[in-house]
Design a protein around this ligand. Structure first.
Ligand code: HEM
Length: 252
C-alpha cells in the first residue's frame, strides 16, 4: 500500500502531467518505438499517424493515479481497457516497458521539475496500476483459453467464403485451419484479425465485430470502408483493402 505522502505527490502532480500531456505522449511514443521497435507490431500505426489514440494510454494512467487509494472504483474502466489489451495479446512483461518509458518521458519533458521524490512516487503508483491490469488480463486470457472451443493467442483461420454485401461492405466467413470447434460468442463481440500482408514490415491487427450469423465451426465478420478500395485509397485503408483483396489465411 502506498504511503499517504506518496499519494499526495501523485494527486498534486496529475494536473502538471496533464498540462504537458501532448509533449509527454509524443516523447513517450518516440522512446517506446525507438527502444522497443517490436511493439510496432501491436500498436495501430494509422491511429498513431492520425493522433487519434496516442493520448488515451497516458491519460488513463493519470486517471487511474487519481484513484490510486481506491482503485476498485475504476475497475469497470480497467476491465474495458483490459478487453482491448487482451484482444491485442498484451502481456505482463510489456508493463514495465511502458512504465519505464513513461517515467523517462516525464523526466525529459519536465526536466528539473521532475524531482526524485516525484519520479519515485510515480514509479510506485504505476506499479500498482499495472498489477491491477495484469491480474484482470490474466483472468481474461485464462477464461478465453479454457472455454469450450477457446484458444490461446492467435489461431489460423482460412477464409471459407467472401460475400459482397454492397459497394463498401464485404462479409467474411472463416473456418479454423485446425478444424476444431469455436467458442460461443455474443452479438457485438469482436475478433482481432491479423492478416498476412506481403511486403509489410510490421503486422497489423484490426478488430471486427462478429456477426450474429452462426454456422457450425464458422465465424463471420463484416468489413466496411467509408470508400471503395481504389488504388488512391489503398494506402489509407491498407489493412481493410488487403483483407478484401485476399483469399488467404487470417489469424484471429
Ligand atoms: C497501466 C498501464 C496501461 C494503461 C492505463 C493503458 C490504457 C490504455 C487505453 C485507455 C487504451 C485505449 C483503449 C480503447 O481504445 O478501447 C489502450 C490501448 C492500447 N494499449 Fe494500453 N494501457 C496500459 C498499458 C499498456 C501496455 C503495457 C501495452 C503494451 C505495450 C499497451 C498497449 C496498448 C495498445 C497496443 C492499445 C491499442 C491502441 C493502439 O493501437 O493505438 N498498453 N491502453
Amino acid at each position: 500500500m502506498l504511503r499517504e505522502s506518496t499519494i499526495q505527490i501523485i494527486k498534486s502532480t496529475v494536473p502538471v502531467l496533464e498540462l504537458h500531456g501532448t509533449d509527454i505522449t509524443k516523447r513517450f511514443y518516440h522512446l517506446l518505438f525507438t527502444n522497443h521497435p517490436e511493439l510496432l507490431h501491436v500498436f495501430n500505426h494509422a491511429n498513431q499517424k492520425q493522433g487519434r489514440q496516442p493520448e488515451a494510454l497516458a491519460n488513463a494512467i493519470y486517471a487511474a493515479a487519481q484513484h490510486i487509494d481506491k482503485l476498485e472504483t475504476i475497475l469497470p474502466v480497467v476491465k474495458q481497457i483490459a478487453h482491448k489489451h487482451r484482444s491485442l495479446g498484451i502481456q505482463a512483461e510489456h508493463y514495465p516497458i511502458v512504465g519505464n518509458t513513461l517515467l523517462a518521458a516525464i523526466k525529459d519533458v519536465l526536466g528539473d521539475a521532475a524531482t526524485e521524490p516525484i519520479l519515485t512516487a510515480w514509479a510506485e503508483a504505476y506499479g500498482i496500476i499495472a498489477d491491477a491490469f495484469i491480474s484482470v488480463e490474466a483472468a481474461m486470457y485464462e477464461q478465453a483459453e479454457r472455454q469450450d472451443g477457446g484458444w490461446k493467442g492467435f489461431r489460423a483461420f482460412r477464409v471459407d467464403r467472401k460475400q459482397k454485401e454492397s459497394e463498401v461492405i464485404t462479409s467474411f466467413y472463416l473456418v479454423p485451419q485446425d478444424g476444431g470447434a469455436i467458442a460461443d460468442f455474443e452479438p457485438g463481440q469482436y475478433v482481432s484479425v491479423k492478416p498476412e500482408m506481403p511486403g509489410e514490415t510490421y503486422t497489423h491487427i484490426r478488430q471486427y465485430s462478429l456477426r450474429t450469423h452462426r454456422e457450425s465451426r464458422t465465424i463471420a465478420f463484416q468489413s466496411s470502408a467509408r470508400t471503395r478500395c481504389t488504388i488512391a485509397r489503398q494506402a489509407r485503408y491498407r489493412v481493410t483493402c488487403t483483407i478484401r483483396s485476399r483469399k488467404g489465411i487470417f489469424y484471429g
